[in-house]
Design a protein around this ligand. Structure first.
Ligand code: ADP
Ligand code: TRP
Length: 326
């Protein structure tokens, strides 16, 4: 039987802070798992991070930090094209072409933009057109699948909308991608029970030191059910996080203990902390090695960028031809 053609998978992550377990379970772990069977393109969205006008030295450092963390968690640069967004400037040309078919109303309806304004951030044009650049990221590589957490769903809808519009106006040129959102990890809760996010200060970092992490886990908000009483695992953030790390049998065992009563939340938190340590322990060791080799990490990104530019140039050429440029 002929082998099925590989799917092209793409995702990006902003270097806007320290990576947390919401990023890991929502995006990084699914992305890493897809490497075995697909042709993957993963990148660090430094152009997108500019919408927050970060300190230049800090931005540069964070890009390398995210690269190290992603590699430590299992991204394989031999299989996967791993690169820095700004090393492929073709994405900006495509973003402009897409901008010219993007209705302003489509961007005005984006939740992520509206949420930022509601939080008092004064919006720059980059923040407004963020989804157009994201669409360009995805369409430039002819991506079929985009693994992300649920918060990115609407941005994927914008991307699909723009690809369809483009193809209708200029003829079939762009691949219309699908979001890949895994139900079980689509929204990882933070220590306060809301969606875990850098902007909410409720994160558990992947690589923070163990003492600090233990403190944060011990501060996870729980209800005031007394120790003896039965507890509802489905409404408990500690349980929701534990099941991300544990296998089905361990999850079922903890569920039983919640329902039986007689276990305090402190004990569940300690179990969660131990799982966190054993899960990320091996990644931590790999990370320590990578931190000592920034030149090696930079070479990986440069090699990825060369491979990415080769694909990007082809799409861009087809797009320019289709619209009447060049
Ligand atoms: P943050 O909200 O902390 O700024 P980002 O927007 O940088 O995180 O997200 C990077 C990736 O991680 C995206 O694919 C996003 O959907 C995913 N992600 C972020 N937070 C969560 C979460 N709490 N649960 C599931 N996925 C998440
Ligand atoms: N907007 C995404 C986030 O904040 C990052 C991103 C940029 C992205 N371009 C992308 C994700 C393309 C997937 C595909 O998490």
């Amino acid at each position: 039987m002929a082998e099925l053609p590989k799917k092209r998978v793409l995702s990006g992550i902003q270097p806007s802070g320290t990576l947390h377990i919401g990023n890991y379970f929502g995006m990084m772990r699914p992305a890493i798992a897809l490497q075995a069977e697909n042709e993957c393109f993963y990148f660090i969205a430094d152009y997108h991070a500019l919408t927050q006008t970060p300190d230049p030295a800090e931005l540069r450092e964070r890009v390398l930090g995210v690269a190290v963390d992603f590699l430590a968690c299992g991204l394989d640069p031999e299989r996967t094209v791993f690169f820095r967004q700004s090393d492929v400037p073709q994405v900006q040309e495509l973003a402009w072409v897409l901008s010219c078919i993007t209705p302003v109303g489509l961007l005005e309806r984006c939740h992520s933009y509206k949420d930022k304004i509601a939080r008092g951030i004064s919006p720059n044009h980059g923040l407004f057109s963020y989804p157009v650049l994201m669409a360009a990221d995805i369409l430039l590589y002819g991506s079929h699948l985009v693994p992300v957490g649920r918060d990115q769903k609407q941005h994927l809808e914008v991307t699909r909308d723009l690809a369809v519009r483009f193809n209708q106006r200029y003829g079939p040129t762009l691949v219309v991608p699908d979001a890949l959102i895994q139900e079980a990890t689509a929204v990882v809760p933070g220590t306060d029970g809301q969606k875990m996010s850098k902007s909410y200060g409720n994160t558990i970092e992947i690589f923070a030191d163990a003492k600090k992490t233990r403190k944060r886990i011990m501060r996870i908000v729980t209800d005031s059910t007394p120790v003896e009483a039965p507890k509802d695992p489905e409404r408990c953030t500690v349980f929701a996080l534990y099941r991300l790390f544990a296998g089905p049998a361990e999850t079922a065992a903890l569920r039983e203990r919640y329902l039986a009563g007689g276990m305090g939340y402190g004990e569940a938190k300690q179990m969660l902390f131990e799982k966190y340590c054993s899960y990320f322990g091996p990644f931590r060791e790999r990370r320590e090695e990578l931190v000592r080799q920034p030149d090696h990490v930079e070479r990986i990104l440069q090699q990825g960028a060369r491979r990415a530019r080769a694909v990007a140039s082809q799409t861009l050429e087809a797009v320019k031809k289709a619209v009447g440029l060049a």
